[in-house]
Every structure is written in C-alpha cells, then in structure tokens.
Design a protein. Structure first.
Length: 411
C-alpha cells in the first residue's frame, strides 16, 4: 500500500469519531437544560399542591371528609375576598341610632360610635346586610350602645341648642332650655339622664362657683358691710339657705376673716328635693315652693332607701328646728343609743327631719341623713329614711331650708 493510501485511510477513521463525540455533547447539553427547568418549577408546583391543605376550609371538615355549612361557605367565598368586595358600613345610619356626648365647646357632629362604624365586618358574615336591615337590626357591636341610652331627636336638638348658648356665654338661658326639655321627658329615661347630667355640669358653674352670671335668679353679688357676719347676711337678705353655703361657693377658709367691702356671691333659696324611689335618685330643684311647675333643675344625688319598701311616698316639708349636725340617736328597734359625735352612729353627721303634708301627714319621724355604710347607697337597707353619702348630705344640709323646702317622694 502506498503512502497516500494510508493517509486517506486515517482521515476516514477520524470523521466518524468526531461526529459521535458531537452527538454525545449535544445530548448532554440538552439533558442539563431540561433538568434545570424541571428543578425551577418543582417548588412552585409543590406550593400549589400544599395550599388546599393549609386552608381553613380543609381544617374545618368533619370526620367523614364532608365540609360543614361553615366550610362550604368559606370554600365558596373566602373571608379575604369578601372583605375586599364589601362596601364600607354606613356611618350615617349607625349614628342616627346613637348620640354624641355633649360638652361645652365640643363638636356637635362627632357621633360617639363613629369608631365602631369603621370597624371591619365580621368574617363569618358572608354577605353585607342591606341598608334597611342594618337600620332595623343593629349589629352585636352597636346594639349595647343603643340600649344603654339613645336620646330622642327632640332632646338632641335641645341639647345642641343649649350648647350654642353656652358657647355664647349665655349659661342662664341654656339652663332654662334644658330644664324645660327635662319636663317633657316622661317615659324616656335616656333623655332624662342626659339632660340631668348636662344641667348638673352647668350648675356647677352657675350655682356652686364663685362667679355670678348676669340674669341668674338663683345668685346675686353682695358687698360686705362693716360688722357683717355670714349668718347675719343670710337672715338680712332672706336667702333661705345655711350660711355655710356662702363659704362653699366663695372658697372661704375662715368665716371670721371677711372684711368690709369684700365682694361675695350669695345663693338664694329655697331649694327642694324630689326622691325617685325606683331609681334610688334624689333630684334637687330651685324655686317658689307653691309653683313647682316653674322650678329650675340643679343636680342629682344617689340615695339609699328603706328596707321592704318602707320609705313612704307623698309630699313633705323640712321641719322647723329639725336640722342637726352630729346628732344623737336611739335605735327604735334595739333601743341602742348613740351620743353626738359618735363615729359609730348609723345616722352619720347630718340629720334633716321632714314632716308629711296633706295625705302624707300620717308619716312622722322620717328624714334625710348620712350613713356609716356607704355601700347601702343605691339599696334598700334603712328603716325608711333617705340615706345619702357624707359629702352629699352635707351639701343638702346647706341648701334645704327649715319650714320652706319641700321634699317630694315618688315611686
């Protein structure tokens, strides 16, 4: 064989080897690409496969594998999707069922339950109730607020009218507006409670602060004269209150230190009490004893009453000479006696005796007094008298006048 034949034979052998090597490399590259793509998709497929296992609907299935009503509801309409589709609650409808709290210079448009109306609907509720349904049947979150005290539209208008007068510094007129509104609240406890609360705060300024407001028939300015003492001022001006009330409203620490020319605020009486047995409440009023329809409301107090409904009802008057500080007392049942200033005396530090008028004249030996058992206030634990907290009976002692102040006890 010639040299040229050998060379051609060698070249023919290399060509198949190179082709086979190229095929192997291409196959390896294709497998590597396919494996990388499969590995990148595997976690995503696994996550999709695990999602139903972690869903609340799957966990809520019963032992038979069939989902209950709540599960089927969640499967049909998941809570997250429902929250996205639901419209915002109607704050106007909810606020019509609630009442803003009225204070001086407070906003008249901010309802007390605005925060609740913004709360997210309950996930268990699949569909949002219609407007009519939410108006007639409040949700569980708003129902207690409505039941605790929604005032009528009429009372709300009067409250707002009074607040406008307060902002104009016309407190005397505001008190008159609210007192007339209070007279019209028979059968509406929520209205009465709101009006009494607001009137009480107004009278803290009008009656019990050192300032005299123009046009107030309850108070007056007085310039101390030479030789004046507080008890003499009370008698000369026919105030029908105790002289200690002057020290209270004028913040006088020592009654002996008043000086000629000093300006004092005087409070005119008489004041009267109306005890509401059903509510364990005493309402304080001011005005002519013979014209109760013109009385002005002042404030309210909590009271305790007689056990077994023993507190009588009817018209009473504060007896002359019956007001006593640190009284002695004898228990009519046990005949146990307590001397004046005895800290164990169940009567407390103040006693105001009352006598019946007209049909109630058969009731004797009753009165208003303090107590050494403050937990008895709001309960029926006395022998028939009206009990009050120590600070409250002290104020009543200063306000009620012997022979003039009326005490009316109603069921």
């Amino acid at each position: 064989m010639t040299m040229g034949g050998r060379r051609r034979r060698r070249r023919n052998w290399k060509r198949p080897a190179i082709f086979a090597l190229a095929v192997v490399c291409a196959s390896s590259l294709a497998w590597a690409v396919f494996r990388d793509r499969s590995g990148a998709e595997a976690p995503e497929l696994a996550a999709v496969g695990e999602a139903p296992i972690q869903s609340p609907a799957y966990l809520a299935t019963n032992n038979t594998g069939d989902a209950g009503p709540r599960t089927r509801e969640l499967l049909a309409d998941p809570p997250t999707q429902t929250r996205e589709r639901r419209p915002e609650p109607e704050p106007v409808l909810i606020s019509q069922a609630t009442t803003p709290t009225i204070f001086p210079q407070a906003s008249e448009t901010q309802p007390a339950t605005r925060t609740e109306t913004r709360s997210e609907p309950r996930p268990e509720t699949r569909t949002e109730p219609s407007r009519e349904t939410r108006t007639e049947t409040p949700s569980r979150e708003t129902a207690p607020m409505v039941s605790r005290g929604t005032v009528s539209n009429e009372t709300q208008r009067e409250l707002e009218r009074a607040e406008r007068l307060v902002r104009e510094n016309r407190l005397v007129e505001a008190r008159g507006v609210l007192t007339e509104a209070l007279r019209r609240t028979d059968g509406r406890p929520a209205d009465g409670a709101k009006l009494r609360e607001r009137l009480g705060s107004l009278n803290e300024e009008l009656v019990f602060s050192p300032r005299v407001h123009p046009g107030d028939p309850v108070t007056m300015n007085y310039s101390v004269r030479s030789g004046d003492v507080l008890s003499r001022i009370v008698r000369r001006e026919s105030l029908a209150v105790d002289w200690r009330l002057i020290t209270r409203v004028n913040r006088i620490d020592s009654p002996q230190r008043i000086r000629a020319g000093q300006s004092l605020k005087l409070v005119r009486g008489p004041f009267h009490a109306v005890v509401h047995k059903g509510d364990y409440r005493l309402d304080l009023w001011w005005g002519d004893p013979d014209r109760p329809q013109s009385w002005l409301f002042i404030r309210s107090f909590d009271v305790g009453l007689g056990e077994e409904n023993s507190t009588p009802v009817g018209e009473f008057r504060v007896m002359s000479g019956s007001k006593v500080i640190n009284p002695g007392w004898t228990n009519p049942r046990t005949f146990e006696s307590y001397k004046p200033n005895d800290p164990k005396n169940p009567i407390g530090r103040y006693w105001i005796g009352i006598e019946g008028i007209g049909d109630a004249s058969v009731h004797t030996s009753y009165g208003l007094h303090g107590t050494i058992e403050p937990d008895s206030i709001g309960r029926s634990m006395s022998m028939g008298c009206v009990r009050m907290h120590d600070d409250d009976i002290e104020l009543m002692y200063e306000l009620l006048s012997e022979g003039r102040s009326r005490v009316r006890i109603v069921p």
